[in-house]
Design a protein around this ligand. Structure first.
Ligand code: PHE
Length: 344
């Protein structure tokens, strides 16, 4: 009997040396100490043992079990120590590794210009208005007094979706929409995307951007328009900037004018200036007093109210501001180009 106990003990010690993980250890615990374990067998055969020897055998069994229990605990600790070391190795954080620089986005140069112009006009008391890019002929031409045979109505100039619907070729329909939905005084600017049939090259794009302005109130006259434009160019190009109006024609304004700004690069001092071509002036927008026909057509009594409107190209302003030689770069969204403007 004693031999049997020693043999079990020995076999448990041998097996424990081979144990590699907690699962194996648990199996071993069941095998030696479990209810159906190997000592239980020994105890069952106690019947064959002489009664006076029984206490001794019982004692030996208990001692052996305790020994095994201790050995298991020892290995348990050993395994969990190993496990911990492995985990520490895997989860090790090298605080000296240089960090990954996050890619920081930037505001697109066109958006920078748009926001800058919006801010200038908001500071002058204007609100921002917007309209759809897919527009009805009615708002785009009819209400703006554009005659049926006007060239801009031609399919060679504007993108038509059907007879009455087109991609707006200017932001002026927002004027009509605003007049129809608001009562004077009106003081708005509307920035937005516009479309015209055009070949793509360094200075032309079938998609571009405008900012339209409209002011309507009692007693508004050309002096208000000129004063507004002067103030605007000073804020955009600096205190020395001046404007010059040249007579022009738009169906929706009467009188109409093209606005030139004194050259913001050479101020007329460089005969070879690339921006003003030595003239000292750069054309920046169209403007005029809102045609009374347009006011009346949009439900505003032209005998009581008058107003002025202006419209400028945001893309041209942007390329000249950043000295960008090719308009296409504004639309290609090549990050190598755009990232030059990081920080706006
Ligand atoms: N709509 C004109 C254009 O696209 C610009 C403009 C706007 C002119 C408002 C006068 C008044 O060229």
């Amino acid at each position: 009997m004693q031999d049997k106990i020693n043999e079990i003990l020995k076999s448990s010690e041998d097996q424990l040396q081979e144990i590699e993980d907690a699962k194996q250890l648990q199996e071993l615990r069941v095998q030696f100490l479990g209810k159906k374990g190997r000592f239980t067998e020994v105890l069952r055969s106690m019947g064959n043992v002489a009664p006076e020897e029984r206490p001794l055998i019982g004692k030996l069994v208990n001692e052996a079990r305790e020994k095994i229990q201790k050995a298991i605990e020892f290995h348990e600790n050993r395994l969990s120590q190993i496990e911990k070391e492995i985990r520490l190795k895997i989860e090790r954080v090298d605080v000296s590794v240089p960090g990954k620089k996050p890619e920081v986005g930037a505001v697109h140069p066109l958006s920078v210009t748009t926001q800058q112009l919006e801010d200038i006009f908001i500071a002058m008391g204007y609100s921002i208005a917007e309209g759809p890019e897919v527009e009805l002929d009615e708002y785009n031409f009819e209400l703006l007094n554009v005659p049926k045979d006007h060239t801009s109505r031609d399919a060679q100039d504007s993108f038509y979706i059907n007879e009455n619907v087109l991609l707006r070729p200017h932001t002026s329909p927002v004027q009509a929409r605003t007049m129809l939905s608001q009562k004077p005084p009106i003081k708005i600017v509307c920035p937005g995307r516009v479309y015209r049939v055009d070949e793509v090259d360094a200075t032309h794009s079938p998609v571009f951007h405008q900012l339209e302005g409209l002011v309507i109130d009692k007693g508004i006259h050309m002096g208000h328009l000129k004063g507004t434009l002067d103030e605007f160019v000073k804020k955009l190009y600096g205190e020395n900037a001046r404007t010059k109006l040249r007579p022009s024609f738009f169906p929706f304004t009467e009188p109409s004018a093209e606005v030139d700004v004194s050259c913001y690069v050479c101020d007329g001092k460089d005969d070879n200036c690339k921006v003003c071509k030595g003239t000292g002036w750069v054309e920046i927008m169209g403007c005029g007093m809102v045609n009374p026909k347009v006011l009346d057509g949009c439900g505003i009594d032209s005998t009581v109210y008058s107003g002025f409107a202006f419209g400028m190209g945001l893309d041209r302003i942007t390329v000249s501001k950043y000295n960008i030689s090719d308009l296409r770069t504004l639309f290609e969204n090549d990050l190598r180009f755009l990232s030059q403007f990081l920080g706006g």
